[in-house]
Design a protein around this ligand. Structure first.
Ligand code: 5GP
Length: 201
């Protein structure tokens, strides 16, 4: 792909993963405003029904099973996975990456570990960041404090989080979300350094 004036388009990807309750949503929101590099937050597709207040094309592309499967078959996803064994599918569309790159921005993916590993298989130079809570007990406390999930869902998320944590060392960076400000600025520093390296290539 070539950009304006025939300059090659830089295909930059940053992937952020972490268990729900790791403060990911807040950090993603902060980064979209404060990042020192230009980020385009990829909008994932999912078969999960929208939660109250969620907007199609903004929070997710909400698709039914048939449409999701059709797009998988058409090769429209760089990766997709069934998350939390919930039966719901989530995936990253190539069209989202293309949009980021066409704008000269980093494609910013907030996806699960399985998806992140698939992205890295295809783009080994992707910058991967794993966000973790200081401890499992703290993770459980945050999850319960949200008060939005049933006990069954909470237990499943704890099990998934423990499994994900075992994969954390497959990420290039691990950031502990102990203090929000520190975590945000650590990620900003990572992005700044990575962009510098990238531009030097
Ligand atoms: P939620 O249903 O709470 O919005 O998201 C549940 C999980 O799905 C999160 O852990 C998030 O990282 C993951 N997820 C969201 N979008 C994608 C995606 O496009 N691909 C993959 N593999 N996981 C995703």
């Amino acid at each position: 792909m070539a950009g304006a004036m025939g300059t090659p388009v830089k295909k930059r990807i940053v992937v952020l993963s972490g268990p729900s309750g790791s403060g990911k949503t807040t950090i993603v929101r902060r980064l979209t405003h404060e990042s020192p590099v230009q980020l385009y937050k990829s909008v994932s597709a999912t078969t999960r029904p929208p939660r109250p207040g969620e907007v199609d094309g903004d929070d997710y592309w909400f698709l039914d099973n048939q449409e999701f499967r059709r797009r998988v078959a058409a090769g429209e996803f760089i990766e997709f996975a069934e998350v939390f064994s919930s039966g719901f599918l989530y995936g990253t569309l190539w069209s989202e990456l293309d949009r980021a790159w066409a704008q000269g921005e980093w494609a910013f993916l907030e996806i699960d570990v399985e998806g992140a590993l698939r992205v890295v298989q295809q783009y080994p130079e992707a910058v991967t960041i794993f966000l973790r809570t200081p401890s499992s007990a703290e993770f459980e406390r945050r999850l319960r404090a949200r008060g939005t999930e049933s006990e069954e869902v909470i237990q499943r998320r704890i099990a998934t989080a423990e499994q994900e944590l075992r994969q954390a060392d497959r990420y290039r960076y691990i950031v502990v979300n102990d203090q929000l400000e520190t975590a945000v600025s650590e990620i900003c520093e990572i992005l700044k350094a990575e962009e510098k390296t990238y531009n030097a290539q």
